[in-house]
Structures are given as structure tokens and as C-alpha cells.
Design a protein around this ligand. Structure first.
Ligand SMILES: Nc1ncnc2c1ncn2[C@@H]1O[C@H](COP(=O)(O)OP(=O)(O)O)[C@@H](O)[C@H]1O
Ligand SMILES: [Mg+2]
Length: 319
């Protein structure tokens, strides 16, 4: 366990139950100073519950939760003054302008008028919102609103920023936009805990990924470590449609698992836990089956494969 001195967040044995559902069942999690931790999990995994507990909006049933060295149960006010938060749903006021939203938050944080104005203006510029600063936030596009949410989380330069599903529900362009904005926070040295259902997002933004499912941590590591742990994939492409079944049989024999068959791409793919050895067996098996191979090889698992292996289901595509 890291000491509070080098951990922005240190969680041990965290439990939280709602009436009928056990949302968190003994979660351990660390966010080190200066890193971006991606908390990855499908809908209902417990991400928002965890985020609410560490931002002091919800009390834990049991477990130990330290944020910036403070205990969530004993010192919630200290924590609130050292974190910035952007929730799963936009919290900016649509009737107020972008500038007014940020200015008010700065004032609420006890900053003087002149400093509050300067903070708001700096953040608007940083998130490319200066041009729309005087417009009510309700008239912003989804991506602009998300940028304003991120800017709001940064008022007062908190050392830790918590972002709950920052891109869920955004169109692809706004998602890229938000990734850029998060990238800017990272460049500025802010410690970030970011939740997501998107593997691609965790892969792109996070230094380390903790995967949760049904209230439990199921894996933890860098995306490379997670991919390596999932092993290689055997990939075989054949020249003729009618050879696909024979290729699938050969791949099954070589790997011991049921392969995935992509008929359109004339491609057979299977997890190969012993990598090169499986490739050797596959070559033999394919020859036995008389398959004319167009392409054969081992590829590294993707985070999709990792996620599927860990949670037993494909990722949810949020609307
Ligand atoms: N206020 C609540 N009352 C009852 N059940 C809840 C409440 N909040 C969350 N849950 C349940 O806890 C589980 C985890 O939810 P949540 O933390 O929102 O997951 P995620 O953010 O990963 O989608 C879900 O089964 C959800 O239905
Ligand atoms: Mg959630």
C-alpha cells in the first residue's frame, strides 16, 4: 500500500451497498501523484459510486479512503477544497453564460472578484471558449458544454481532478475535442482519475488502468501489461470462403479454444495463450486440413479482448 504522501487517492476494502444492490464489494485502488488513472468498467460496475465516495458526496459503508492525504469520513471539507470534479452529467447552469458559470464557482471557492474574473478568463481561453464566453451555456454544443464542465473542475487549480465518464453520450468529434482538453490537463501535471466504458479512451488517456466489474476490481496495470496478460491472438486468413470451416477447425486444434470466424474478411481468430507454439501447431493443423492460407500470424491482444476476457462480455457502446 502506498503511503498518503505519494498517493493522491488510496482506497482499501471499500464497500457500499444500496438497498438491494452491492455496488462496491471490497475495492482497493490507488492513484499516484501526477498520473492519470483510468477506471474502466461496463455500465453498473460501480464507477460513479466510487467517484461519489471519494469526492465526499456519498459515505462509504466500510473501508479506508484517503484523498490527498485526508480521510473521507473525518475530513470531507479538506478534500472538497483539494479536488475538482466533473460528473457524468453536465453540472453547468445553462441559463448562465460560460463566463458567469466559472466566475461563480471561483467566488464560491472563496476567491476575490478580480482573481475570480482572471481565473474564469484564463480557463475559457485554455478550453477555447473565449469566443462564446458571453453566451448562455444552454446554447453550447455538447462538446463545448463538456469543455466548460472540465474548465469548471479546474477552477482554483486543484491538485486532483475527478472526471466521471467525460465523453459518454458525445458525438465522435466532441469526444476527440474532450480528449484534447484532458490531454491539456495532463500536460499541466494535474493528477486525474477518469472513469470510462470506452477501452479506447482508457488506452489513449490513462497511464494505468483499473478494471472494475460488478463492484470488484478484476485487473490493474498499464494497457501494455493488461494486453500482455491476455496473451496473443492467432490470426488466419484464407483465400476461399469454403475453407473457413477447415481453418476454424485447425485453429481450434492449435489453441484449444473456439475461434471467432469473420466470414466477410475470411478470417479466423483465437486466443493463443502459448503464442509461438500455437502458431507452429496451427501451421501443421492447417496443412493437415488442406487449407490454402493467405496470411497467418500472431497479434497482440487489444484492450477489447482484455475487457471481454475479464468481464465475459463485449463492451457496452453508450448511446
Ligand atoms: N442511489 C442508488 N440507489 C440504489 N442503487 C444504486 C444507486 N446508485 C447506484 N446504484 C446501483 O449500484 C450499482 C453501481 O452503479 P454505478 O456506480 O452508478 O455504476 P457505473 O457508474 O459504473 O455505471 C448499479 O447496480 C446501480 O444500479
Ligand atoms: Mg456512472
Amino acid at each position: 500500500m502506498h503511503t498518503p504522501a505519494d498517493s493522491a487517492v488510496a482506497i482499501q476494502g471499500l464497500h457500499k451497498k444500496f438497498k438491494e444492490s452491492h455496488a462496491l464489494c471490497g475495492v482497493d485502488l490507488q492513484v499516484r501523484q501526477g498520473e492519470v488513472l483510468g477506471l474502466l468498467g461496463p455500465n453498473g460496475a460501480g464507477k460513479t459510486t466510487l467517484v461519489k465516495i471519494l469526492t465526499t458526496l456519498l459515505k462509504p459503508d466500510s473501508g479506508h479512503v484517503l484523498v490527498n492525504g485526508w480521510n473521507v469520513t473525518a475530513d470531507p471539507e479538506k478534500i472538497r477544497s483539494t479536488i475538482g470534479m466533473a460528473g457524468q452529467y453536465s453540472t453547468v447552469d445553462g441559463l448562465l453564460t460560460g463566463f458567469e458559470n466559472l466566475y461563480l464557482i471561483a467566488k464560491l471557492r472563496g476567491v476575490g472578484r478580480r482573481t475570480a474574473r482572471r481565473n474564469a478568463e484564463d480557463l475559457l481561453a485554455r478550453f477555447r471558449l473565449s469566443g462564446v464566453a458571453g453566451r448562455p451555456a444552454g446554447t453550447y454544443s455538447g462538446g463545448m458544454r463538456r469543455r466548460l464542465d472540465l474548465a469548471a473542475a479546474l477552477v482554483g487549480s486543484p491538485p486532483l481532478v475527478v472526471l466521471d465518464e467525460p465523453t459518454t453520450g458525445l458525438d465522435p468529434e466532441s469526444r476527440l475535442d474532450t480528449w484534447d482538453a484532458v490531454g491539456e490537463l495532463v500536460a499541466g501535471g494535474t493528477t486525474i482519475l477518469l472513469t470510462t466504458q470506452y477501452l479506447e479512451e482508457a488506452d489513449r488517456l490513462a497511464d494505468r488502468i483499473t478494471v472494475i466489474d460488478a463492484g470488484r476490481v478484476v485487473a490493474d496495470g498499464t494497457s501494455d501489461e493488461l494486453k500482455a496478460a491476455a496473451g496473443n491472438r492467432l490470426v488466419v486468413c484464407v483465400a476461399e470462403d469454403h475453407q473457413l470451416d477447415a481453418a476454424a477447425r485447425a485453429a481450434a486444434r492449435a489453441t484449444g479454444v473456439t475461434p471467432m470466424v469473420d466470414r466477410r474478411a475470411r478470417r479466423v481468430e483465437a486466443a493463443a495463450s502459448d503464442g509461438p507454439a500455437a502458431l507452429g501447431r496451427a501451421l501443421t493443423a492447417l496443412e493437415d486440413e488442406g487449407v490454402q492460407v493467405l496470411e497467418i500470424g500472431l497479434s497482440r491482444s487489444t484492450l477489447d479482448d482484455v475487457f471481454l476476457g475479464l468481464t465475459g462480455r463485449a463492451r457496452h457502446r453508450a448511446a
